[in-house]
Design a protein around this ligand. Structure first.
Ligand code: AMP
Ligand code: MN
Ligand code: MN
Length: 329
């Protein structure tokens, strides 16, 4: 698929990603918008996303043009593109997708069946940014576009450490850094650096995490009371499940926090065995084999404990099935 071919004759193009935007979603939206504005200068190209965390805002070129709400009087778009997401996860911009003449969906989540008139889903791509590079014309890539796409690749591959990193991912990253942006500070600020509150919440989460299933699963849940006592918000828990997975012997890390009373956000990571997208799908969520999430609606206490039991039973079953596989050779 080539995006210029797909949106030719369009005069107004809108782009969005998912709620609580991450580096891949924001990098893909901005990288694609910068390309379209350059390749189709007479065309109005708008980006709609919730406000970005500061590190992403500072490191993704084009982020200053993101609209955080739909301006009054906004007309229907000729084409509306959803990146790194399904329509249900897009949030406030979803009506613009629904009303657009041409609906486009580009995503690397294997649980996305594809939506709209033109969809391009590749569950093997490291990131949506990698897919955006495929659909744009490479001769028009410049330093800004390269940096925006690099942010997404670095975010979703954990700086090239996760198993979604392919040889082609590394080649593309090498090509992107040849445009000359300061990749050292991008990696540090986008991936490794934590805000003070993030560091604090990571500490609390690790201290409370419990081993289960003979140590193959590490589990932590924080209720809303605990979180509000510290004044933390959802973004302050970014990276917790990935850090939990770095514990020796752990193949599956489950971190769940209550974002508001009765609503729990589960973030899961796995090493070699558990397909966490399968477990997340039990609660209507999804994602990738090794990184997935879902939202659980349950009251604090037994209601939440029952829900967590269902999630953990699926993980235990997958670990058990793998053990059987080993025994059978
Ligand atoms: P997180 O743990 O929030 O970082 O999410 C891990 C991965 O799963 C990311 O690639 C998310 O985009 C994806 N993901 C999280 N929640 C959902 C969901 N409800 N549906 C589909 N994918 C999800
Ligand atoms: Mn994402
Ligand atoms: Mn992604």
């Amino acid at each position: 698929m080539k995006i210029l071919e797909t949106v030719k004759n369009c005069k107004r193009i809108g782009i969005t990603g998912h709620k609580n935007p991450d580096g891949d979603c924001a990098g893909a939206c901005c990288g694609l918008a910068l390309f379209l504005r350059k390749a189709m200068p007479g065309v109005q190209t708008d980006i709609y996303l919730e406000p970005l965390p500061e590190a992403l805002f500072e490191n993704i070129p084009g982020a200053e043009t993101i609209l955080n709400e739909i301006p009054a009087g906004t007309e229907q778009y000729d084409a509306f593109i959803i990146l790194d997401s399904i329509p249900e996860r897009t949030g406030f911009a979803e009506p613009l997708f629904e009303s657009a003449a041409l609906k486009v969906n580009i995503d690397h989540h294997k649980t996305n069946p594809g939506h709209g008139d033109v969809s391009y889903v590749d569950g093997n791509a490291s990131s949506t940014c990698e897919m955006v590079y495929d659909v744009i014309d490479s001769e028009m890539v410049d330093r800004k576009i390269a940096q925006a796409l690099y942010v997404g690749i670095v975010t979703d591959t954990g700086v090239f450490q996760y198993s979604n990193t392919r040889e082609s991912t590394m080649r593309l990253a090498g090509n992107l850094i040849s445009y000359g942006f300061d990749f050292t500070s991008v990696i540090r600020e986008v991936f490794f650096e934590r805000t003070y509150m993030q560091a604090k919440m990571l500490g609390i989460s690790l201290a409370r995490a419990e081993r289960m299933m003979d140590g193959a699963c590490l589990f932590c849940s924080l209720d809303n009371g605990t979180i509000t006592r510290y004044g933390a918000t959802r973004q302050d828990f970014e990276g917790v499940s990935a850090q939990m997975l770095l514990t020796e012997g752990v193949d599956c890390a489950v971190f769940i926090h209550e974002t508001k009373p009765g609503e729990w956000r589960a973030s899961m990571r796995s090493g070699n065995i558990v397909d966490v997208a399968r477990s997340a799908s039990l609660f209507g969520g999804g994602g990738h084999t090794r990184a997935a999430g879902c939202t659980i609606y349950a009251g604090t206490g037994t209601e939440f404990a029952e829900a967590a039991k269902i999630l953990l039973a699926d993980i235990a079953a997958q670990l058990e099935a793998d053990k059987d596989k080993d025994l059978k050779g």
